[in-house]
Design a protein around this ligand. Structure first.
Ligand code: IPE
Ligand code: IPE
Ligand code: MG
Length: 241
């Protein structure tokens, strides 16, 4: 989709995935505990969704908690889980207000049952909305997602539900992201330039944008910078242009 942004016609990526990184360093700079940074990071989520929607982005996928993040201190993990509890509850209102359809990806089996109940309510309530498609990755790891998908696929083949002629589309249909297109643009904040196990199958042909901005400072200007960077890329998908 093309849209005029600040007087310039830009090609808007359909799906933007973000690794929201740098909350800890944002807090450290202020001599505050890490969870202060996570709180600040959660606070900007609604505005980032509104900004993405305003730019014409259809799918936004946010990395909130990885399968590796359990390695952090009990205090930090429980702080993040409490923020997720609050956010998921508020997100039910945001979804209605901002016309958002919300999905959660990742292995929810390891999450507390009240969090799983909130996730199910949020997905049920918001599935009627046709504005921004927001996906939040919680206890998500790309390798774990493929492992879970392969396990299910093998059991479906054994039970005769599908035949063993496995295509790339078959594999994609066994991933948590089966209902959403692959990301066009990946943004990672905080200056780190790695995937940290995020959407490793789905990002095969995405453009990557890295910024030193720490996540709690991310705003519309930063999002526009990423979209402008995306417009400077020549996407060839293995062909020749
Ligand atoms: C990202 O910020 C949030 C989560 C991983 C939950 P970090 O907590 O990783 O912040 P830094 O990288 O330590 O600054
Ligand atoms: C990735 O950030 C996970 C999330 C943003 C949720 P990390 O801060 O956990 O990644 P590493 O440890 O720097 O690779
Ligand atoms: Mg980090």
């Amino acid at each position: 989709m093309e849209k005029v942004i600040d007087g310039v016609k830009l090609n808007i990526p359909c799906h933007v995935a973000i690794i929201m990184d740098g909350n800890g360093r944002w807090a450290k700079k202020r001599l505050m505990p890490r969870n202060f940074g996570h709180k600040a990071g959660a606070k900007i989520l609604e505005q980032v969704c509104r900004d993405a929607d305003e730019l014409g982005i259809k799918y936004l996928t946010l990395y909130a908690f990885s399968t590796e993040n359990w390695k952090r201190s009990v205090e930090e993990v429980s702080g993040i889980m409490n923020l997720l509890r609050d956010y998921l509850a508020k997100c039910i209102e945001d979804a209605e207000k901002n016309n958002m359809c919300v999905r959660i990806i990742g292995d929810r089996k390891a999450l507390d049952s009240d969090i799983v109940a909130k996730i199910e309510e949020l997905e049920e309530v918001s599935k009627i909305y046709n504005g921004l498609n927001l996906t939040i990755a919680i206890n998500y790891g790309g390798r774990d997602e493929i492992r879970r998908g392969v396990k299910k696929l093998i059991s479906d083949v054994k039970e005769g539900k599908i035949d063993d002629d496995i295509t790339e589309d078959t594999i994609a249909s066994y991933l948590d992201t089966k209902d959403i297109p692959d990301p066009d643009l990946l943004i990672r904040t905080s200056g780190e330039e790695r995937l940290s196990n995020y959407l490793i199958w789905q990002l095969a042909y995405a453009e990557f944008y890295f910024t030193d901005c720490l996540w709690p400072d991310f705003d519309m200007d930063e999002l526009k910078k990423a979209v402008r960077y995306y417009n400077g890329r020549d996407r060839r998908f293995g062909g020749v242009k």
